[in-house]
Ligand binder design. Structure first.
Ligand code: 5GP
Length: 117
């Protein structure tokens, strides 16, 4: 697996606040939260750098990231109020870690998004 910071979190080489784990997906708190709840969901076994690198046979894995986020939201009690999931792909989206990840943002009304900077 490519050695990103997230690969090191999966191997427990560096600490993270892990809030979700199943066979395929790890969820942990973002180190620089952009909302009261900010959790990252990543695949544990597949080193996929960007969303653009996902192959058709890996589509279910992306679905598992989404379902993990939704399950976490229900379990933590903020699904009814709502939340946002985001995947950044490459430079214009500001991707900084090249191991695909789903951001789950919640805990307060969120501003709009997508404005060019
Ligand atoms: P991206 O910008 O690539 O979509 O998101 C990467 C996210 O990873 C950022 O929100 C950043 O704060 C988070 N991050 C970077 N390094 C670490 C780390 O070592 N631990 C944790 N928990 N989050 C990190």
């Amino acid at each position: 697996m490519t050695d990103t910071i997230f690969a090191r979190i999966i191997r427990r080489e560096i600490p993270a606040t892990i809030v979700y784990e199943d066979e395929d997906v790890l969820g942990f708190k973002d180190i620089a939260p952009q909302a009261p709840v900010h959790v990252l969901f990543i695949p544990k076994h597949d080193a996929i750098p960007t969303l653009d690198d996902v192959r058709p046979e890996q589509a279910a894995l992306v679905g598992k990231l989404v379902l993990a986020a939704a399950e976490h939201a229900r379990r933590e009690g903020f699904a009814e109020d709502g939340y946002r999931v985001v995947m950044n792909c490459r430079e214009h989206a500001g991707q900084t870690v090249f191991h695909i990840h789903l951001h789950l943002l919640a805990g307060a009304p969120l501003g709009r998004f997508g404005t060019p900077s």
